[in-house]
Design a protein around this ligand. Sequence first.
Ligand SMILES: *Cc1c(COP(=O)(O)O)cnc(C)c1O
Length: 388
Amino acid sequence: MDISYILNELGEERENYFNAVSPPIIQTSNFALKTVKEFRAALADEYYYDLYSRGNNPTLNILRKKLAALDGAEDALVFSSGVASISVPILALVEQGDHIVSVENPYSWTIKLFKNLLPKFGVTTTFIDGTDIENFKNAIRPETKLIYLESPNTFSYELQDLKAVADLAKSKGILTMIDNSYCSPLYQRPIELGIDLSAQTATKYIGGHSDVVAGVVTGRKELIKKIFDHEFMTIGPALSPHSAWLLIRGLRTLPLRIKRSFESTKVVTDWLAKHPLVDKVIWPFRDDFKQYELGQKQMQGCGGLFSFTLKDPALKKIETFCDSLQHILMAVSWGGHESLIIPSIAAIPEEEYDATGYNRWQLIRMYVGLEEPEYLIKDLEQALGKIS
Ligand SMILES: *Cc1c(COP(=O)(O)O)cnc(C)c1O
């Protein structure tokens, strides 16, 4: 399907709402039915009816159609956060006694799902280095139900060979799910490589303006309906119609924004890599990235998140550098219009930090937004000047 059609027309039936170009926000909790017969049918299978906005809502359903089509999937479900779009489907797919194989460094709250929440229900997880397919083969057990991927992750950017993992899982009857937030479906299409479910935080690139928290999962209708019928309706992570409308608006400019972020990141990372105070720059589309070939094979472009280290990673140096930035904001999240920085050291107590050798706490993560790259470079240059 043509991407311009998906983003500008698909799911929108303008003749039903005064030919308005922007769809209405159907701000209602419930929908009236005309006959008892229709009411009975809606109660028996809510997936197919506008009955109550915890299940279906027309504004959300425009968004669902667009997000499913972007992924080349049969259906999509949207959630009130990205973490809900990961945890609710997983809760729907596993049973007591099941086992999950997960990559070792997924999103922080995904780790908590596997380590804290799922064990309460007798579901265990083995974490592996996903850069080698052999590690998946070795971790699979007879009770393995799900393989969970995140490629690239959003701090150190390890990739998994999606096609190889999907083929392996299929041969063993195991489901696969990926957190595809980093690339969005514009730069990586996991469903087409054989992955069963593709989740994304819509808070980041889809929304794109740092003003809404949401998530999406896409896949075959049979799987999406299973998630909808049970855990989605009982846990209740529905998105508000207003937030869905903001995401539809975000989608209109998604190709422009992600391309801008991608291209500016090339400029900024090239500049940083040459700076005398900078040690490593880690970004999947730099040719010194350790899985560069795999990235070129399965990604059509790259997100604007990257990490770097300083030649002298003393705590004080990292702090002074970050505190000195005047335009690049220090904040969590990414994918919006504004460039951001996170020093990993902010996530641990000062006394636990070790500046010797190399460890992940030395990483400084940057997200390149929509500003002029030269503007960002000027800010980085003056802040690096404070520690030279
Ligand atoms: C932000 C993020 C999430 C969680 O999304 P929320 O919308 O914040 O709940 C999941 N995965 C990745 C990679 C993220 O960056």
